[in-house]
Design a binder for this molecule. Structure first.
Ligand SMILES: NC(=O)c1ccc[n+]([C@@H]2O[C@H](COP(=O)([O-])OP(=O)(O)OC[C@H]3O[C@@H](n4cnc5c(N)ncnc54)[C@H](OP(=O)(O)O)[C@@H]3O)[C@@H](O)[C@H]2O)c1
Length: 333
């Protein structure tokens, strides 16, 4: 039997180390590399103006705190003004401890319903009015984070629940982006960040068909947009998180628009602070796409990308049990 050569051994070793890394990691290899070896994010983000939609809770809220710690100026948007005020006050007290020269004007609460498309131009004008005049304080980042979830077996769900999911997650996101984009293109400087989902890359979990469709739509739209605006010095960063603690599940529609039940999340669920930290690394380094998830979902994402047939076989086998468990969990929660 022929002995393996240096090249073959290196390839086998690389694959084994890569699989081992997935077992201990909570993000893809490139993001992991940037977390370890890139310059600290504050060098690139300090003083930048960043607009976060869906900043009133969950991932968006924690992203606001992380960016505040780096010295960013923020525009905070969502529908609930009282919750945005709470987040703003928290950001302000954090910032004033770290940077004595922080002013209340560095944080703008800009209530916004992402599905109210006709107001988006006006909201951009308000954000620019506050931050756009000083050349070094242009609105450089838009973080499209606002989103909702719907959970239920497709055949049990009213068609009515599909519409708000696609309207909020897809059309709202596209509309606000289109309102901001001309400003970025004109300044030849901008980074559009989209909080997609692991379900936007691989959607094997029963129960989230409409949600997965919305996140796949975002992947398609924004990957195409990246090609269009590349030569205008505007970038697109797609963030694909797996399960993360937030209010997403509590607020999720179920079989119809009236039913909402919380879901007990498994202990492997990611903390929003950690998710926000990794998002900041991706933003600071303008990465095109990153995956943030605990090992089993991360492995699934790798299989979906590189060995889709294996992934499908594994998930279909697994789904029989998962389907039954989710149905039981949903009925009891
Ligand atoms: N948690 C996870 O496991 C997970 C995994 C992958 C991806 N994601 C994505 O992460 C993003 C943030 O979700 P989250 O997990 O942090 O959930 P969350 O705590 O429920 O936050 C959702 C945010 O979106 C805002 N929002 C919802 N509908 C809106 C509308 N019509 N107009 C404006 N803002 C709206 C909510 O604020 P108001 O209610 O005040 O408007 C809230 O601030 C979503 O895009 C979600 O799909 C989450």
């Amino acid at each position: 039997m022929e002995v393996l050569g240096f090249f073959e051994i290196s390839v086998v070793l690389f694959v084994v180390l890569h699989i081992l890394r997935i077992y201990f990691a909570d993000c893809d290899a490139i993001l992991h590399f940037y977390e370890r070896f890139a310059k600290p994010p504050e060098r690139r983000l300090r003083g930048k103006v960043i607009w976060i939609t869906g900043a009133s809770s969950g991932i968006g809220e924690h992203l606001a705190y992380k960016l505040t710690e780096l010295g960013c100026k923020l525009v905070l948007s969502a529908r609930r003004k009282d919750e945005l005020d709470r987040v703003k006050n928290q950001c302000l007290s954090l910032a004033q401890k770290l940077f004595p020269l922080t002013f209340e004007e560095d944080f703008l609460v800009l209530p916004l319903d992402i599905t109210n498309f006709s107001t988006h131009e006006d909201s951009v004008a308000k954000a620019l009015h506050r931050f756009g005049k000083v050349i070094l304080r242009q609105l450089i980042f838009l973080v499209n984070n606002a989103g909702i979830l719907q959970m239920g077996l497709s055949m049990d769900c009213d068609f009515d629940v599909v519409f708000p999911v696609l309207n909020t997650n897809v059309l709202g996101t596209i509309s606000i982006t289109k309102a901001v984009l001309p400003h970025m293109v004109q300044n030849r400087n901008g980074q559009i960040v989209v909080i997609s989902s692991a379900s936007g890359k691989s959607a094997p979990v029963p129960y989230v068909a409409a949600y997965a469709a919305s996140k796949h739509a975002l992947q398609g739209y924004f990957n195409a947009l990246r090609m269009e605006v590349y030569d205008k010095n505007v970038g697109v960063t797609m963030i694909c998180p797996g399960l993360t603690y937030s209010n997403l599940f509590r607020n999720a529609y179920r079989e119809n628009l009236e039913t909402r039940r919380d879901l007990v999340l498994p202990p492997t669920t990611m903390k929003p602070e950690r998710c926000a930290h990794l998002i900041v690394i991706a933003m600071a380094n303008c990465l095109d796409e990153v995956w943030i998830a605990k090992p089993s979902r991360l492995l699934e994402l790798y299989l979906a990308q590189y060995l889709p047939l294996v992934r499908d076989w594994w998930i279909q086998r697994d789904n029989r049990n998962r389907n039954a468990n989710l149905t039981a969990a949903s009925r009891t929660n």
